[in-house]
Design a protein around this ligand. Structure first.
Ligand code: SF4
Ligand code: SF4
Length: 399
């Protein structure tokens, strides 16, 4: 790499934010990775302190006077590990005493490590090539994107105002969830369209979050044009990560305003319940507890809608985690860290299970395919047990 600058890919806002950290440590109280590892070297203030040191050593006043110092490779590798071990959950963002948008800062620092040839980590490095070849990050056959779970008797319109995007994690790793989505859409009765399995490619989130941005615009442009050509005016999706990148980053990656609006499926379903287009026909005499996915609650502010839906189910008692809504604790599945730091993810998933059990819940309701996959994995072999269900899987069961 010829350009050694640590600030090249950072905006003025990022630089101000890096400078603003007072090292107060408040965010450590909310970081789920801290909670399960106790390793402060991967904490938000430590990552910021290290990155500031890299800038100082190469571009600071002393560096200008006496020449740029070479940064120890081990230090760079330690920093890279720290920035990739984070689940990018944004709890530090929420709790930061000086308002640093860390949730948006970590992906930028990851991108910087990719630019230096140090990131991403392990299997993440193969994702761009795999996505180019198969359209998904799991190296799964594109033709099998829908077939294993798509319910019988549901018709997909050629063109429609409503489009439904499944997302790779739901389509390949959380079948009950996407099956539930489609059954609920069918029950609402508004025609909806989907892209053919081979055309519904990755939304770009795994590449964005691991700092590998090269093919992002291409993927987004392909998807936006495909939905536009099907007359879509409202694109629905249940995956919080997909919705997050669609809302926050797709317009910039596409280069202009999107020709349709993006909505999380819970927004569409809560509207349908309000209008009477959807009704619950069964009762559920159970206590359920809802886990807010980080990218849905903190990320795009969808907190009330899933609760509105659950409270409409006759007989249900809705419990809350101590940390819920924007303060939700990450279940461990985020930030593409779960495949690399598997043990952390399992430990975090078990904290969620344990609290749900301690609160006396009969079911743990999730609303994210990554949570669904990982918390189910955390349940296997754990000494506590609870039924796990996706919110649309439950809605489909109750109508
Ligand atoms: S984003 Fe979440 S996991 Fe990452 S440092 Fe902040 S609190 Fe910890
Ligand atoms: S809360 Fe904010 S200012 Fe305090 S250590 Fe964390 S990132 Fe820095």
């Amino acid at each position: 790499m010829t350009d050694k600058s640590f600030t090249k890919g950072l905006s003025k806002k990022h630089l101000l934010e890096l400078d603003a950290c007072t090292q107060c440590g408040e965010c450590l109280n909310y970081c789920p990775v801290q909670e399960v590892t106790g390793d402060t070297s991967i904490s938000p203030p430590e990552k910021i302190r290290m990155f500031r040191q890299f800038i100082q050593s190469t571009q600071g006043l002393k560096a200008m006077l006496t020449g740029s110092r070479k940064i120890d490779k081990k230090l760079l590798e330690d920093f890279t590990r720290a920035v990739y071990e984070c689940t990018t959950c944004g709890a530090c963002n929420q709790s930061c005493t000086v308002g640093i948008a860390t949730e948006r800062l970590w992906p930028v620092l990851r991108r910087e490590m990719v630019r230096r040839g140090l990131g991403p980590m392990g299997p993440q490095a193969k994702m761009p090539e795999i996505i180019k070849r198969t359209g998904n990050p799991y190296d799964s056959p594109p033709g099998e994107r829908y077939a294993p779970w798509f319910p019988e008797g549901v018709s997909i319109a050629e063109k429609a105002d409503i489009g439904y995007y499944t997302g790779c994690t739901g389509a390949y790793c959380a079948h009950p969830m996407v099956r539930g989505d489609v059954l609920v859409l069918k029950a609402v009765g508004t025609p909806f369209t989907m892209l053919p399995a081979e055309e519904e490619v990755c939304c770009g989130f795994p590449l964005f979050i691991t700092g590998q941005h090269d093919v992002l615009s291409e993927l987004v442009t392909r998807l936006v044009r495909a939905y536009e050509s099907r007359g879509v005016r409202e694109l629905l999706c249940s995956c919080p990560c997909c919705v997050n990148i669609m809302v926050r980053d797709w317009p910039a990656l596409y280069g202009r305003e999107l020709p349709f609006r993006i909505r999380h499926i819970s927004q569409f379903v809560s509207d349908a319940l309000r209008k009477g287009a959807l009704r619950f026909r069964k009762e559920l005499q159970e206590k359920v507890i809802y886990h807010d996915p980080c990218y849905l609650s903190r990320g795009v502010g969808i907190i009330a809608e899933p609760r509105f839906i659950l409270r409409r189910i006759p007989g249900i008692e809705l419990l809350e985690f101590d940390r819920h809504g924007v303060r939700s604790r990450c279940c461990g599945a985020g930030g593409a860290a779960r495949k690399v730091f598997h043990e952390n993810a399992i430990a975090m998933g078990r904290l969620t299970i344990d609290e749900a059990v301690e609160k006396g819940a009969d079911r743990l309701v999730l609303s994210c395919p990554a949570c669904y996959e990982k918390v189910n994995e955390a349940l296997a072999g754990h000494d506590r047990s609870i039924k796990i269900v996706d919110i649309m899987e439950l809605v489909a069961e109750m109508i």
